[in-house]
Design a protein around this ligand. Structure first.
Ligand SMILES: [Zn+2]
Length: 331
């Protein structure tokens, strides 16, 4: 029903009549119903959100969040960081900066796809809820036809398999690309990596191994299924890629880890995170895609944008700003 001036007056009348009945009820003493303070839940409700892109239905699943520190950001400067926080009205902090970890399910009408599947228990108890979210959204892992991976970092592939080597999506094909796959399976690259990063190689290998017989390597520019194209976004990792969803006259640019700190990097896109394997290339990729998203007004979806990670990039006074998309009431 669309609320018009006429039917609004009618329904106000109905509300008034209802209120007249409600008053005596409220005054009645109902045995067993107390007014003592309810205990606080002390925990957030599950993070699930659904929206559409043309005929595609997308379900965002909050895997959780990570506490991060400004020490991870190269180029960081506190005065600029304070100003950036103020612009988006967030309390300033340089420690325990919370960033979201998002994963997604896309129902194309033909196929059920997962795009990145969270951290499992690799990064502590504040994240690792992707599979609970999947169940909560009404899906069984065995229904998933394919898992698309933006890259093979553990916060994107942690939910692929158990540590015992069992695929958690038993019937899914795994989609990656050759440069990403080759980098994480390169013993030379692992040997050269700092000790703290060697574990990233080990976990990537462990998570993808159960899918070895059903992996499809895509290439940037290639259509994975009708309406979903792989987009090259190198820098964060060598084969980091995004996905462009197109259905009807709507589209969505899924940009993976193009940026990690929405409260900082729209204002300071030159700042990079320590996890960017090639920081200069990541910076160039980010500059190009922010410019493109602002110019063509395509909505963007990011794995570390504030849940559900859906919004628009706008250019303002030679800078970028992020506008989160409002709740979609009807699918
Ligand atoms: Zn990530």
């Amino acid at each position: 029903m669309t609320l018009t001036r006429r039917n609004f007056i009618t329904s106000s009348g109905a509300i008034a009549a209802g209120a007249a009945i409600a008053v005596p009820l409220a005054n009645m003493a109902i045995p067993g119903v107390g007014h003592a303070a309810a205990p606080k839940a002390g925990a957030q409700v599950p993070g699930l959100y659904r929206f559409t892109v043309g005929e595609f239905e997308v379900t965002a699943i909050l895997d959780g969040y990570l506490n991060t520190d400004s020490e991870l950001i190269s180029g960081y400067e506190e005065t600029e960081a304070r100003a950036a926080h103020r612009t988006v009205r967030r309390p300033f902090t340089s420690t325990e900066m919370k960033i979201a970890v998002n994963g997604y399910v896309v129902n194309t009408g033909e196929k059920l796809l997962v795009i990145d599947c969270g951290t499992a228990d690799f990064l502590g108890p504040t994240a690792g809820r992707f599979h609970d979210g999947l169940t909560g959204a009404g899906y069984r892992p065995s229904q998933i036809d394919a898992v698309l991976t933006t890259h093979l970092h553990l916060d994107h592939v942690g939910g692929l398999s158990t540590k015992e080597g069992e695929a958690l999506f038993p019937d899914a094909e795994l989609i990656s690309n050759k440069s990403e796959w080759d980098f994480w399976h390169d013993d030379g690259a692992r040997a050269q990596a700092p000790d703290a990063v060697k574990g990233f190689f080990d976990i990537a290998r462990m998570m993808v191994r159960p899918y070895q017989k059903r992996i499809t390597m895509t290439e940037p520019g290639k259509e994975i299924v009708p309406g979903i194209e792989a987009i090259s976004m190198p820098g964060h990792t060598p084969g980091h890629m995004g996905f462009l969803l197109t259905s009807g006259n709507e589209s969505l640019l899924i940009w993976g880890d193009l940026l990690h700190f929405p409260q900082l990097q729209f204002a300071q896109p030159d700042w990079s995170v320590a996890f960017d394997v090639d920081q200069e290339l990541a910076r160039q990729t980010r500059a190009g895609l922010l410019d493109r998203a602002a110019a063509d007004e395509t909505p963007v979806l990011g794995m570390h944008l504030d849940f559900p990670g859906l919004g628009h990039v706008i250019r303002e006074n030679g800078n970028y700003r992020y506008l989160q998309t409002p709740w979609q009431y009807q699918l």
